[in-house]
Design a protein around this ligand. Structure first.
Ligand code: IMP
Length: 180
């Protein structure tokens, strides 16, 4: 199936994403029944996933966002990650779920997890819409995963290629030879 907007090949259509996100939300709701949660989204890729996931979670929850930049991102990341937007509020003693679009090499989430743990949250879990385990460089796993992918570059549903395609409702495959 091809995306109606772009003619890119669709990997996960919008309806399938909605069903899987609702399942993750139900699982999180069971796991955190009677507790309140802070969802921390990693900008910008996780914004759409977080907004859908939050609406399928029944326990009380608040949002915060962080942004990171990584030098040399692209085909060859240097592995140096830097926070460019910090949390607005302390998470000490709170139940935190870090919400990310893709767990790829793991460098970003390993860095963020280390920083967040310094604030001594009551608990810290990771929700990743997509997991590419074959690309992992850091020892890190997500507690909640939407879909596991082979080593494909994908766009849509918040994820970009050179800042484009974030608004596509489906998750689409980006051809390896695509121009920026
Ligand atoms: P990691 O530090 O290598 O785990 O990087 C994760 C980040 O790389 C994600 O949050 C995305 O921003 C980006 N990324 C990795 N794979 C893809 C992809 O297939 N499409 C779009 N962005 C990606």
């Amino acid at each position: 199936m091809l995306s109606t907007q772009t003619k890119l090949e669709v990997l996960h259509p919008a309806g399938q994403i909605a069903g899987r996100v609702a399942e993750l939300g139900a699982q999180i709701s069971r796991d955190y029944a009677g507790k309140s949660i802070i969802l921390i989204g990693v900008l910008k890729g996780a914004a759409i996933f977080l907004s859908d996931l939050a609406r399928s979670i029944t326990p009380a929850c608040t949002f915060d966002f962080v942004a990171v930049s990584s030098y040399g991102r692209g085909a060859h990341s240097s592995g140096i990650v830097r926070m460019v937007k910090d949390l607005d509020h302390s998470i000490e003693g709170q139940h935190v779920i870090l919400v990310e679009d893709i767990l790829d090499t793991g460098l970003t989430l390993a860095y963020l997890r280390g920083l967040l743990l310094q604030q001594k949250p009551a608990s810290l879990k990771i929700a990743a819409l997509l997991d590419k385990p074959a690309r992992r460089l850091e020892k890190i796993e997500a507690d909640y995963v939407g879909f596991t992918l082979p080593n494909h570059f994908v766009v849509g549903y918040g994820m970009d290629f050179a800042e484009r395609y974030r608004n596509l409702p489906d998750i689409c495959l980006m051809p390896p030879d695509a121009p920026e």
